[in-house]
Design a protein around this ligand. Structure first.
Ligand code: ATP
Length: 229
């Protein structure tokens, strides 16, 4: 499989404080990679950097064969990086359908397909986004990313704060996208939910990738050291 995304030696600072200390990461076309680690270890910083929302001090990001290190985020998005941000970030005063249409770019995912994929978004089509439940807002956030017809879907804590039944629905939707061969980068802390989905995990600790491998190879010691509460 060819490499879709590659980060090499990525260092990011917030002012004088360094958050990433040389992150190396790669994701193959069609792969589901879970980026894991405890709070504050650099997961969100890593994905904001690869989406080009944060400047890097050192390092490179390649996507779809291009060096996108100096690109602005809108250009990276146009090349096919679709971010589902933490906290969902839909337009609260637009309707569900308006939110979806605002994100649209030509491709496989049309309004009808997204509504078919998440029937709840069809049922709620005329409601403003702010009136949706947390789970519905998450579906809308994923729907918005799909409407951009990305080559890579990046999900930051997709099920955080949601009730167990809704979490299962969201994981099932992500599983269906995996089944269609989508390339997906997941940031999450829910190891048990990630395990059946991810082809590979990468664990971040203090701004560095300290372990990568298939979830089945995660042993109790690594888990306790880097993921346990
Ligand atoms: P969480 O699971 O809590 O979201 P995370 O693994 O995504 O954590 P980051 O949010 O990437 O971690 O944070 C990495 C480090 O950078 C932390 O030490 C954090 O305090 C710091 N940091 C994050 N955002 C900022 C910011 N805007 N300004 C200053 N420091 C920041």
């Amino acid at each position: 499989m060819s490499t879709l995304l590659k980060l090499e030696g990525v260092q990011v600072f917030y002012g004088a404080s360094q958050a990433l200390f040389g992150v190396d990461l790669d994701l193959a076309e069609g792969e589901v990679l879970a980026l894991m680690g405890r709070n504050g270890m650099g997961k969100t910083t890593t994905i904001h950097t690869l989406c080009r929302m944060l400047p890097m001090r050192y390092g490179k990001v390649w996507f779809a064969g291009q060096d996108i290190s100096g690109w602005p985020s809108h250009r990276a998005a146009r090349l096919g990086i679709g971010l589902v941000p933490e906290g969902r970030r839909c337009f609260p005063n637009l309707s569900v359908t308006e939110n979806l249409i605002a994100a649209a770019r030509p491709g496989h995912w049309t309004l009808a397909r997204v509504q078919d994929f998440f029937p709840r978004l069809a049922e709620r089509r005329d409601q403003s986004a702010r009136t949706l439940s947390g789970g519905e807002q998450q579906m809308l956030a994923i729907g918005r990313a799909l409407m951009t017809n990305p080559r890579l879907l990046v999900l930051d804590e997709a099920t955080e704060g949601l009730a167990p039944t809704i979490r299962r629905e969201i994981w099932a939707a992500i599983g269906a996208l995996k089944g269609e061969g989508y390339s997906i980068l997941l940031v999450d802390k829910a190891l048990s939910e990630i395990k059946p989905l991810a082809d590979r995990c990468a664990i971040l600790a203090r701004g560095e990738v300290v372990w990568t491998g298939p979830p089945a190879a995660l042993d109790a010691e690594v888990e306790a050291r880097h993921l346990g509460v």
